[in-house]
Design a protein around this ligand. Structure first.
Ligand code: HEC
Length: 221
């Protein structure tokens, strides 16, 4: 049996075509111009929009100090544990807003004719805190001049437990420091020891102060 092996690749009939009919993908490719499809433009527009929104939500205001999920430095800063003077001022501000601001206002400007201002007040900006510590401890009553304006009201005792005051010595030091160092005021920090010293010196005091009595307290105390 020597049957000739058939070449499976050979076309039927055994003839090899010289030039076959052109197939679709044989056409020579050519470069030309074509309009960008509308869907592609829309897709990019959407991507761009999404990118902007993403940046807005996660960009942290382009601040290196801000991280997700926060957007503003103030938000991050509010959560930062504070120490020293910063913590004291934060406590002072909280107590001020709760106990003093109803009369003296958050701005420290008071109400003309009714509640005197603490901003740039000569009773606040004394070298030592002796006078204002007495005011906060036992209250103040009767006529008083503040920044050239007369007042004649009554401030309740706020720090002496005997007289119904609720502020602790630590809170007093904090709130007085806050008043002395806010709204442009720049007097010295008030320490707990200074508050203790004033309390010791006024241990038998049971009535609010008058302006006349306070002027006898040295400004440096
Ligand atoms: C109920 C309203 C009221 C509250 C609360 C109050 N004060 Fe006063 N404060 C007054 C009045 C009224 C005067 C003026 C008293 C007078 O006319 O004799 C005054 C006067 C003062 C003065 C001296 C005058 C001046 O303006 O510098 C200081 C300092 C002061 N207050 C601090 C404080 C602090 C600190 C607190 C909070 C711990 C506080 N006050 C809470 C009503 C208030």
């Amino acid at each position: 049996m020597n049957e000739k092996k058939k070449n499976p690749a050979a076309p039927r009939g055994g003839t090899v075509p010289v030039a076959g009919p052109a197939r679709a993908d044989d056409i020579e490719p050519s470069a030309g111009k074509a309009a960008v499809p509308v869907w592609l433009i829309l897709l990019f527009a959407l991507l761009f929009f999404w990118g902007q929104v993403y940046l807005d939500h996660h960009g942290g205001g382009f601040s290196a100090q801000v991280y997700e999920p926060f957007n503003r430095f103030e938000d991050v800063d509010a959560l930062r544990p504070k120490g020293g003077l910063e913590a004291k001022l934060a406590l002072g501000k909280a107590r001020y807003e709760a106990l003093c601001a109803p009369c003296h206002q958050s701005s420290g400007l008071g109400t003309p004719g009714q509640f005197p201002p603490l901003v740039a007040s000569e009773w606040v900006l004394t070298a030592g805190p002796g006078r204002m510590t007495r005011i906060a401890l036992h209250g103040l009553t009767g006529p008083i001049m503040v920044k050239g304006q007369p007042f004649n009201g009554a401030m309740p005792p706020m720090g002496e437990p005997r007289m119904g005051g609720t502020l602790t010595e630590e809170e007093l030091a904090a709130v007085l420091t806050y008043v002395r160092q806010s709204w442009g005021n720049n007097a010295s920090e008030v320490t707990i020891d200074q508050v203790k010293a004033v309390r010791a010196a006024t241990a038998d005091r049971n009535s609010p102060w008058t302006a006349d009595e306070l002027t006898k307290v040295s400004e440096g105390e």
